[in-house]
Design a binder for this molecule. Sequence first.
Ligand SMILES: *Cc1c(COP(=O)(O)O)cnc(C)c1O
Length: 354
Amino acid sequence: MKKHNFSAGPCVLPQEVFQEASQAILDFNNSGLSILEISHRSSAFVSVMEEARQLALELLGLENKGYKAVFLQGGASMQFLMTAYNLLQDKAAYLNTGTWSSKAIKEAKLFGEVVEVASSKDKNFNYIPKDYTIPQDINYFHCTSNNTIFGTQMMDFPSVDAPLVCDMSSDIFSRELDFSQFDLIYAGAQKNMGPAGATLVIIKENILGNVNRQIPSMMDYQVHIEKDSMFNTPPVYAVYVSLLTLRWIKNKGGIKAMEALNNKKAALLYDEVDRNPLFKGFAATEDRSVMNPTFNLTDESKKEKFDSLWKEANINGLSGHRSVGGYRASMYNALSLESVQVLVDVMKKLEKEG
Ligand SMILES: *Cc1c(COP(=O)(O)O)cnc(C)c1O
């Protein structure tokens, strides 16, 4: 029986996507070939890549605005250094909101001066810092829109004169934003878009070309853009499954429809966390994430009982990250409202049965 999958990533994808994706392994578009054995230079795959790149821009409302989309490898972790490689000449500013931001800062320091404008480390990253000043003389400002591990999410983004760079790995395509405020967006596919192996990078082309260093070809955004995301063999299957998911998002009504459902799911779960005396939220209320709600038991002696209840209810992936403990219910686009209701029922059952 299919589980209610609250895994933080790789994560739940639409069932329709799994079906179509598995069919393509056997016979891709009635070609007599598997998607796993076709050339990435075949016209069939080139059109997959083109549609995926185009659809990513379309869904974000970034068509014809000077942006290019590419699918790269190396995960979001590779983007921690690639952004700095391509953009950091002298100085960059970073907002530190968790593990992923910290890792991005560490890599950027290899390339230039990094100013950490604020950090929420003092409270184990359970909130988003708000009062900070961004220096004027920076090459870019970097932030993480959703903190997958701690369950916080940025609701507002600062207006900066420098390019705005954002790690959107765990909330891209989940909510409407004015995406044109960003100059570079990156996201590992495995949180809300597809399987592990592909990383979507959206780049406003005019921010490139401003560093003096030599950039190795594989690290150079301009090279990947010029080669239409085919500089070397792309992660064919991961891009294909991402395309299926992007089509699914579009067919469901785009990001607007995703956001409406995601807000419903989050309200259902947070209402129960707030109401049920056996639970308390981890993240500061105003900053809590619609994608990855984190919460704890108020009475640790109930842990064994709760863990067995949710496992019995066919729920997967609810344990919190080791740096936070407790629980994390990752509720990406493809997770249904019904799955959240199952979790809420389990929480109520724990209260009733003590
Ligand atoms: C998971 C995650 C990463 C790391 O992604 P990889 O693809 O494993 O490198 C980076 N940033 C955020 C916000 C994440 O959720």
